[in-house]
Design a protein around this ligand. Structure first.
Ligand SMILES: [Mg+2]
Length: 124
């Protein structure tokens, strides 16, 4: 289904963002750009129309991952964008809410290269 080319990784924690990018690289995804919150992510998506996947943290100031997801799903140009939500708590309600808002999948922090690969393969 989706060919993963350029990935936008979003997290307000620079440490976490570094870990996510590192994990993506280890999984073989080297074309990764970053954003530090939902607002920044929307700006980066406008500047980078070649992004083919968004991997976003849930809890962030400015704009949370769930609001970013909703903004993407209600945008004519972006609505088909594959989106993986990254959460720090493995709570069923959160996951359901993300799926209901249109998330393709979710990852619970901290995640391994293997679990990331598994989710990426499922998008295809
Ligand atoms: Mg956060």
């Amino acid at each position: 289904m989706a060919i993963i080319n350029k990935i936008l990784a979003v997290d307000d924690s620079s440490t976490m963002l570094r870990i996510v990018v590192n994990t993506l690289n280890k999984a073989g995804y080297n074309n990764v750009i970053t954003a530090e919150n939902g607002q920044d992510a929307l700006k980066k998506l406008m500047e980078n129309p070649d992004v083919t996947l968004v991997l976003s943290d849930w809890n962030m100031p400015e704009m949370k991952g769930l609001d970013l997801l909703r903004a993407i799903r209600s945008d004519d140009k972006l609505k088909g964008m594959p989106f993986i939500m990254v959460t720090s708590r493995n709570v069923k309600e959160d996951i359901l809410e993300a799926v209901k808002a249109g998330a393709n999948d979710y990852l619970v922090k901290p995640f391994t290269v293997e679990s990331l690969k598994e989710k990426m393969d499922r998008l295809k």
